[in-house]
Design a protein around this ligand. Structure first.
Ligand code: NAD
Length: 437
């Protein structure tokens, strides 16, 4: 099939490369000329494991193309995925649909014959209806369908998630669109990936409900961690005991500094707004957003407290900046609020991240970056681990201790064994496990 994907970001690029790998002919379109230039030259605009290889293979097989001009890119496409960003509107948290509707109008202007226009971006309930209304009002003569097909991939594991998904959710309002979408994903249900057809509104809401539920799970275990700290319990044991219950499951029960990233915070805010707009406010989801926001800064204050309460002119090393491992994405990373709190208290911040330092420079203020974790901790008064990158999981703690001015280790991801950190000479604080000196 001929497919166009508009927006060559994390979702658009991964979807485009994977759909091409299934054998479809795919054109990824982005209005950013540098992005297209880089992609054509084989340079990836984002860090995602395996993406460069998958892209290169499909480009050389003649199935994957990159185009800046939308009219050229969607020519003859049977399916047009909209995969542009839907960031939070700063005023009220509603998803900003400017990019989605801009693209919709452009598609309408250049549509030549029947195509299925698919909202793959995460969009509030009713957006696909509005996409249909816009196209119909601009091109009443043309035949088209609109489908909703939210994406559930995780950055850092995106290709695996796209190719072997837990499920594919497709919202359609007509049989023709349903048949086309079934053909797009046929290679996947040969792999027995469940394909769930719903109406468009249910499909749109499913994405928000899933993300809000996962965000709630994280926030719940973080609150349990706080209770563990005050009562002498160990949150990892509690989480394991809970997670072995099949009704609960072990995933997303890792206590930490709060969730961040390009999706959870903004999707939680957008769902809250939807609830308010329809006069059915979700008090649970509102609490999750509130608790999580406060938590990030509290983690900064925790580092300050670990240093005795005064960190003016002290050096704090922060290891791991991205919102999670295996990505360079800094959007709403907990490290941002934590470092802001440290700066506000007068500290100097040294930092290291395996992939996110370039992006971090754009969002963090006065931070000194180092090429490896040992350089970052040299001369520091304390070190905080904020993202659980694999390469940060087995640091030589004795070596670190020898390099630092004072030896305080605040492990916000619980990746070290407390007794081992103490044996290496550290005062060790983690999340929900009791502190050791
Ligand atoms: P992104 O910011 O990485 O990419 C969006 C791309 O769209 C950019 O390259 C931008 O230049 C391009 N774009 C914007 N307007 C355009 C236009 N008019 N014409 C052509 N290109 C245009 O965004 P992303 O992280 O890929 O997210 C896209 C959507 O997918 C969002 O709604 C997001 O919530 C959702 N989503 C993201 C993830 C994730 O892990 N990143 C997972 C699931 C769903």
């Amino acid at each position: 099939m001929k497919i166009a994907v508009i927006g060559a970001g994390y979702v658009g690029l991964v979807s485009g490369a994977c759909l091409a790998d299934f054998g479809h002919e795919v054109c990824c379109i982005d209005r950013d000329p540098r992005r297209i230039e880089n992609l054509r030259a084989g340079r990836m605009p984002i860090y995602e494991p395996g993406l460069a290889e998958l892209t290169a293979a499909n480009v050389s097989a003649g199935r994957l193309f990159f185009e800046q001009d939308l009219a050229t890119g969607i020519r003859d496409a049977e399916v047009i995925f909209i995969a542009v960003g839907t960031p939070s509107r700063p005023e009220d948290g509603h998803a900003d649909l400017t990019f989605v509707y801009d693209v919709t109008r452009e598609i309408a202007a250049h549509l030549k014959g029947y195509a299925v226009i698919v909202t793959k971006s995460t969009v509030p309930v009713g957006t696909s209806d509005e996409v249909e209304r816009i196209v119909r009002s601009l091109r009443p003569e043309i035949e088209f369908s609109v489908a909703s097909n939210p994406e559930f991939l995780r950055e850092g594991a995106a290709i695996g998630d796209f190719k072997i998904p837990d499920r594919i959710v497709v919202g359609v309002e007509d049989d023709r669109a349903r048949a086309v979408m079934a053909a797009v994903y046929r290679p996947l249900f040969l792999n027995q990936a469940p394909m769930l057809f719903t109406d468009r509104r249910s499909s749109e809401l499913t994405k928000y409900a899933a993300n809000a539920f996962l965000a709630t799970k994280i926030t719940f275990i973080n609150e349990m961690a706080d209770i563990c700290e005050k009562t002498g319990a160990n949150v990892q044991d509690v989480a394991r005991g809970m997670g072995l219950d099949k009704r609960i499951g072990p995933k997303f029960l890792h206590a930490g500094p709060g969730f961040g990233g390009s999706c959870f915070p903004k999707d939680v805010r957008a769902l809250i707004k939807t609830g308010q707009d329809f006069d059915v406010p979700s008090r649970i989801v509102e609490a999750v957003a509130d608790v999580n926001e406060r938590r990030k800064r509290r983690m900064g204050r925790r580092i300050i407290a670990a240093c005795g309460g005064d960190i003016r002119d002290r050096v704090i090393a922060v290891l791991g900046l991205t919102f999670k491992p295996r990505t360079d994405d800094m959007r709403e990373a907990p490290s941002i609020a934590i470092i802001q709190t440290l700066h506000d208290a007068g500290a100097r911040v040294h930092a290291f991240d395996p992939a996110g330092m370039e992006q971090a420079r754009e969002v963090l203020g006065d931070v000194t970056y180092f090429r490896d974790p040992y350089q970052a901790v040299a001369g520091a008064d304390a070190v905080a681990i904020v993202t659980e990158w694999e390469s940060l999981r087995a640091l030589d703690l004795k070596k670190m201790h020898g390099l630092m001015r004072r030896s305080i280790l605040v492990d916000l991801r619980n990746i070290y064994v407390p007794e081992q950190a103490v044996a290496a000479g550290f005062t060790y604080l983690s999340v929900g496990r009791g502190d050791l000196e």
